[in-house]
Design a protein around this ligand. Structure first.
Ligand code: FAD
Length: 278
């Protein structure tokens, strides 16, 4: 069972509960990005097992009326085994998603994985002329160049600030620098992309900035937030904009929950309050 402390951020253990959560979101105008929790598998069999579960999830979504897609982690589907394993397993998932009309997002992990992740994304986005998206992190100094290169790739790009502790030679480590980089990346994307911009942030200032850029350039975008974070804002924004909620499920919730607490200590307090209020 997911302990109450983490259940604010994790939909449950089984795909059925995750889909039920998506159904409730859809009723309120929010779409779902479903992620099976898991990362850093060095055994290919574990990566293949999660890939199998993603294929079954794709079937479930495709057979339903739900507005939802999936999001996978590179180290969950082979990158910790090797690049070749990652490319093969990701291709299996993205090919199947394309066949069943279910969009596949690729999460981004720490900076040592960026080249492999972007390379695999680009190849599959070109193969399917879209149908797949990747996450880029504003805290990495390299990201501006990546975002310029990705402008010609036919997929979607999710912009986030970055959830991993990175060394100062590759990353901005001060909040103001990351915020400035995030704004500038959005400015570039709204001006140069044909659409497919995912604004993956809970920050009201960044969301307002994206909305004003959308008003200026007319570029299509979607707002993406995590389960358990500013959910009222998600429902309010969904009255006017496309809003997606990223919802993880599964038994391996510990490192995901830890990241949420590390990026904002109040998240622990919210979780404790939620238990107290039960
Ligand atoms: P922060 O800089 O953390 O906060 C800015 C402001 O937002 C706060 O001052 C507050 O006003 C508001 N806010 C933030 N959190 C809360 C809260 N809990 N309650 C109330 N208000 C709050 N990172 C990766 O590295 N790789 C990924 O693949 C990835 N995928 C993601 C997918 C989605 C859909 C989202 C939303 C995030 C993802 N992230 C990913 C995490 C991201 O990098 C950030 O760590 C995380 O979103 C926190 O940054 P922020 O922009 O939301 O705002």
């Amino acid at each position: 069972m997911i302990p109450p402390i983490a259940s604010r951020f994790v939909a449950g253990e089984s795909p059925a509960v995750a889909l039920e959560h998506v159904r409730r979101l859809n009723d309120r105008g929010v779409e779902g990005i479903v992620n099976l929790l898991g990362e850093h598998y060095d055994d290919r069999a574990d990566a293949e097992a999660d890939a199998d579960e993603y294929l079954s999830l794709i079937d479930d979504l495709s057979n339903s009326e739900l507005e939802a897609c999936i999001s996978v982690k590179p180290s969950q589907i082979g990158l910790s085994v090797g690049e070749e394993a990652f490319r093969e397993i990701l291709e299996r998932i993205v090919d199947y998603g394309a066949k069943r009309d279910v969009f596949v997002w690729i999460d981004m992990e720490d900076h040592t994985t960026t080249d492999a992740t972007l390379g695999a994304y680009e190849r599959l986005a070109r193969k399917h002329d879209g149908g797949v998206g990747v996450c880029v992190q504003a805290n990495l100094k390299r990201t501006r160049e990546d975002v310029e290169r990705l402008a010609d790739v036919p997929g979607k790009v999710r912009f986030v600030k970055g959830a991993y502790d990175e060394p100062a030679d590759v990353a901005y480590t001060r909040k103001e620098e990351v915020n400035r980089a995030y704004r500038e990346l959005l400015e570039y994307a709204f001006e140069h992309y044909d659409g497919g911009i995912g604004v993956g942030s809970h920050d009201p200032e960044m969301i307002d900035h994206a909305i004003s850029l959308h008003d200026e350039y007319g570029t299509d975008f979607e707002i993406q937030m995590l389960m358990g974070v500013r959910e009222d804002a998600q429902y309010d924004l969904a009255e006017e904009y496309e809003v997606w909620q990223y919802l993880p499920y599964g038994t391996r919730w510990k490192s995901y929950f830890y990241r949420r607490v590390m990026e904002r200590k109040e998240n622990l307090w919210f979780a404790v309050r939620a238990i107290a209020g039960r």
